[in-house]
Write a protein that binds this ligand. Structure first.
Ligand SMILES: Nc1nc2c(ncn2[C@@H]2O[C@H](COP(=O)(O)OP(=O)(O)OP(=O)(O)O)[C@@H](O)[C@H]2O)c(=O)[nH]1
Ligand SMILES: [Mg+2]
Length: 224
């Protein structure tokens, strides 16, 4: 059927562009993270805090994916990062082609770490590789413990879950172990980092993970 073929072609073109993006970033020795979550889980707040903490240590750039506005881009730019805004014009996810265009306008050699904040959506972004080194998702505790089972593709496609807003656990009468168990039922290999971007609790483990991955990426770029 024609519609199936069209979709196959779209996915093939995306894979090819994702491969090209991955190669470019590997050559430049950049560790690239695709940050995904539902709207409002705290992706931008986590980025702001991360830039404050690691700004003096890692040269960090950000690609901001948003439907129409540049509000998140302005927030991270204020923290000193080089930022490229992508407005999808209503599309519910980024794809590798638009990221390829964004990479063209960036000084890749001058950076160690690239965050790509995807459009807030727990479904569509999971299907599109961008050429990232790792996929990281944010699940805020206010979203409820049933989300891993209801949106398994996103949880299976990521290697790290930042469980955000743990400062609210007490008000919500929630146990973080219950959230972790639900995630592991869907993805037993997920690295789970409970954090509060508001208070900073747990954020050091996230920074350490980033430092280790950046070092590993740099080393393999030097060897190649
Ligand atoms: N209590 C609490 N609020 C938080 C925390 N992290 C973020 N928020 C708040 O949650 C709201 C949404 O945060 P954002 O960082 O904009 O979320 P986002 O995932 O970037 O949202 P989109 O880009 O629209 O998908 C803001 O009001 C933040 O201040 C946290 O750890 N604790
Ligand atoms: Mg945001």
């Amino acid at each position: 059927m024609v519609t199936v073929k069209l979709m196959e072609n779209v996915m093939k073109a995306n894979e090819a562009a994702a491969e090209a993006n991955a190669r470019r970033m590997e050559e430049a020795g950049i560790f690239a993270v695709d940050m995904m979550s539902s709207p409002g889980s705290g992706k931008t707040t986590i980025l702001e805090r991360t830039l404050d903490a690691l700004g003096g240590e890692l040269r960090t750039a950000v690609i901001e994916g948003d439907l129409y506005t540049s509000r998140d881009a302005e927030r991270v730019e204020a923290r000193g990062a080089q930022v490229v805004q992508i407005n999808t014009g209503g599309a519910c996810h980024l794809d590798a082609k638009v990221v390829q265009q964004a990479l063209e306008s960036m000084d890749l050699q001058g950076h160690d770490l690239l965050f790509i904040e995807n459009v807030g959506n727990l479904i569509c972004p999971a299907g599109y590789r961008l050429g990232e080194s790792e996929r990281v998702m944010v699940l805020s505790v206010t979203e409820g413990v049933d989300k891993p089972e209801k949106y398994p593709a996103m949880f299976r496609s990521c290697s790290v879950a930042l469980v955000n807003k743990i400062d609210l656990l007490e008000v919500l009468e929630m146990d973080i172990r219950e959230v972790a168990d639900e995630i592991r039922r869907v993805n037993p290999r997920m690295k789970i980092l409970p954090v509060s971007a508001r208070t900073g609790e747990g954020m050091e483990a996230w920074y350490e993970w980033l430092r280790v991955e950046v070092r590993r990426t740099r080393k393999s770029a030097v060897r190649a």
